[in-house]
Design a binder for this molecule. Sequence first.
Ligand code: NDP
Length: 348
Amino acid sequence: MLNVKRVVLRSRPGKNGHPVPENFRVEEIRKSPELKEGQVLVRTLYLSVDPYMRCRMNDDTGADYLLPWRLDECVDGGGVGIVEASKNQALSVGTIVTSFNWHWQTYDVMDGSLLQKVDPEMVDGHLSYALGAVGMPGLTAFLGVREKGHVTAGAHQTMVISGAAGACGSVAGQIARLDGCERVVGICGSDQKCQTLVTELGFTAGINYRNGDISSALREQCPRGIDIYFDNVGGPISDAVISQMNPGGHVILCGQISQYNKDVPYPPPLSEDTQEALLRNNITRERFIVLNYMEKFEEGLMQLSHWVKMGQIKVLETVVNGIENMGEAFCSMMTGGNVGKQVVKISD
Ligand code: NDP
């Protein structure tokens, strides 16, 4: 028998509550490592914490493609691990694998059909990148910009990104620059993050939304108005950005994290002024869900991998150690404790 540590959902924060680490519980179980035909034993290397998990903490996620986590059951999300024993011909011992539905536990017996192989070369030797810049958040940035952004090189466009120092935002801003936006302005929650955007990631400017008047900072940093807005946060930050958008502009409606601890539908209703600004200026704001573009994932991952390996996209990560800290890492990410992708290292 194997000793396995796992994380279960102890309680729900409530639709209007802030998640706390105590919503999770770590427990130890004994698990039979015996495999059926097609199964593998995996040891977890890295686990991902992501904003969409906040919806899974509610008993109704509000999205038909997201199942709620069940109380007292092991929770799941993106993970990367190594095959330690195999009864699956396609997955030999030592293969690195990933899944969107990886249990938050140190070891697991999984059906090989639920796993995708990770080529360490693709992630430049950094296996955690498969959960970030060369994984779902990177694809969200890439496909969001390419499918909804309408970036045209040489058109002197300005793109603003909220949640700019996070997993999706930090990559989206770098893609905007690579695709030819003239100005790339990031909004985030600290001066330190703003500095990182400019000095390390090549953003034109960073705006700390906690420093007060975002509108005047936007006017200063976007003198020709805003053409494209990659929206990760929603709420008053987005109202301020949209009010300065040029006619014919495009909002990439990626996420609305500022509203995730509120009992509102997704996407949350807009203020009348913002609704009116969108209509008056003929600004598109279509819902974007990365999972609707699965047929483009392979090509997207190849492109992201190429940029990362060439140093054209710089990857930022915040790594916490230990399965005991999953709840803490999730709550920290939800309140801006991360720079770049928040991951948890479970084993070497
Ligand atoms: P991040 O790495 O960006 O982490 C979340 C960040 O959100 C925090 O670091 C924090 O940064 C910021 N934040 C938290 N609360 C607020 C608030 N009230 N106002 C402003 N900023 C806040 O997460 P991801 O990159 O994984 O996700 C970013 C967004 O993209 C989320 O909205 C997520 O739901 C969405 N998403 C959408 C997908 C899709 O298919 N459409 C797929 C994946 C993600 P700060 O310090 O700046 O406050």
